[in-house]
Design a protein around this ligand. Structure first.
Ligand code: ACO
Length: 414
């Protein structure tokens, strides 16, 4: 609901200091705390709209269901950066620019090698190497919109090169040179495996990229906008956003969601009990340990995440000729039991399937290892992050909320 702070998530004001004590000076002593900023509208954006009650996501004016399965990712980038669909010439031009900007800065490779030697998480490697993009900036001091658009092209073009290079280094293989004749998504798949990807896999992953390219004021986008709001630079904002996306409550869920599916399958095979029985037991066990079932629940959606539908359909098409065709049916069966059991064990919380559940399925289907799930999310979301940074810089409004002090007042320094 559009208001400055929702009732949910607020806490009562803390008691004022006792009479006779030094009265603290506070700007708004009676303001309530919007914990986690739930329900707070912090800015206006033309990039995407999330309606959590109706399960609607609009990206750049298009419902996600009509945009994601059909568009080329490059055209979605143009839409976000320029607020309109590109002409054929503009589309060709942007594809050419992106393809020509894929090489990573020289400084990135030794850094990725050092990270691989220590087996760091791929998101740490992406964060560290993304920072080297400042080195390939021909005009680092230029704050103009056109310079930022050029930075956005270079960053989005280079992210897949960094992620793919790191994945190969971790497997003891040499990174591959990007191929200019392939589209953005197909080239990413090529740089991982060395094989030209099938049209099926490319379409599935492109649908994924389009689906998750932007999503309102999520934590990583907010992080990017806070950094941009200080008039800092686009690369700094991207590096911060990658850090925010790494967390399991945001972008880190699909790996554990897939692990859960395979563990439930393994248990069913070992125990002879049905998949449904094992799935129900899994949810009960998870909640008993105080944990969360990954791929379910959402801060904004209180119904099924519309992105789960789009990705579920893309996964269904992908799995038609997959070597593990039964996986799709198993995943659907597990999903139903999980939602049902969460509804019984957490009444009133409205915990439904979120984007990450079918993300796991789709990314696994195109052959990505789980370690690459969150970095791949970052490659797609980089499109939204860059557009938000440019929008934030245009708005030029410092984001700086306040906090309520709950520490002591009368301590004496000895
Ligand atoms: N499994 C079990 N219980 C859950 C789950 C879950 N997946 N999600 C929420 N709950 C419970 C909480 O324990 C809490 O219960 P309580 O009131 O008894 O304490 C209640 O539902 C509300 O949870 P909150 O954390 O307050 O809800 P919030 O809106 O802050 O959390 C979040 C949203 C972080 C996504 C949460 O649902 C979650 O942890 N899900 C699992 C992780 C996940 O899938 N993350 C990906 C999200 S999509 C994305 O970021 C791209």
């Amino acid at each position: 609901m559009p208001h400055s702070a929702s009732a949910a998530g607020r806490s009562a004001p803390s008691p004022r200091p006792a009479r006779g004590r030094r009265e603290p000076k506070r700007a708004h002593p009676d303001h309530e705390v919007a914990r986690g900023l739930k329900g707070v509208i912090a800015t206006e954006t033309r990039l995407s709209h999330v309606d959590g009650e109706r399960g609607v996501l609009v990206i750049g004016g298009f419902p996600v269901e009509t945009l994601a399965p059909h568009a080329a990712f490059e055209d979605v980038l143009f839409l976000l950066w320029h607020d309109r669909v590109p002409t054929a010439d503009e589309s060709t031009h942007l594809r050419r620019d992106l393809a020509a900007s894929r090489a990573m800065p020289d400084a990135a490779l030794p850094l990725l090698r050092a990270a691989a030697a220590r087996s760091l998480p791929a998101m740490d490697a992406l964060r560290m190497s993304a920072a080297t993009l400042s080195l390939s900036d021909p005009a680092p001091d230029d704050p103009s919109r056109s310079a930022n658009l050029a930075r956005a092209v270079r960053a989005v073009a280079t992210f897949p090169t960094l992620a793919a290079a790191y994945a190969r280094l971790c497997e003891g293989r040499a990174p591959l040179t990007p191929r200019g004749d392939l589209g953005h998504v197909a080239n990413y798949l090529y740089m991982l495996s060395g094989d030209t990807p099938s049209p099926n896999s490319t379409r599935a992953l492109e649908t994924y990229f389009n689906t998750v390219v932007d999503h309102g004021m999520n934590a990583s986008t907010f992080t990017a906008r806070v950094i941009a709001s200080t008039r800092s630079d686009l690369i700094s904002a991207l590096v911060g956003a990658v850090g925010a996306l790494k967390g399991p409550l945001h972008g880190g869920a699909p790996g554990p969601a897939l692990d859960m599916v395979f563990e439930i399958r393994r248990r069913a095979a070992a125990s002879g009990r049905s998949l449904a029985e094992e799935a129900g037991a899994w949810v009960r066990e998870t909640l008993t340990h105080g944990d969360r079932v990954m791929g379910f629940g959402h801060r904004v959606y209180k119904v099924r995440d519309p992105r789960a539908d789009v990705l579920g359909e893309a996964a269904r098409d992908l799995f038609v000729d997959h070597r593990d065709r039964a996986l799709y049916d198993d995943v659907r069966a597990i999903e139903g039991v999980v939602v049902h059991t969460l509804g019984k064990l957490k009444p009133g919380r409205r915990l439904e399937t979120n984007v990450e559940f079918y993300t796991a399925m789709l990314l696994h289907g195109v052959g990505l290892p789980t370690e690459l799930f969150t970095p791949t999310f970052a490659l797609a979301r980089a499109g939204g992050w860059t557009a938000h940074v440019i929008e934030q810089l245009d708005q030029d409004q410092l984001i700086r909320p306040e906090s309520r002090y709950v520490g002591g007042w009368d301590r004496t320094w000895a």
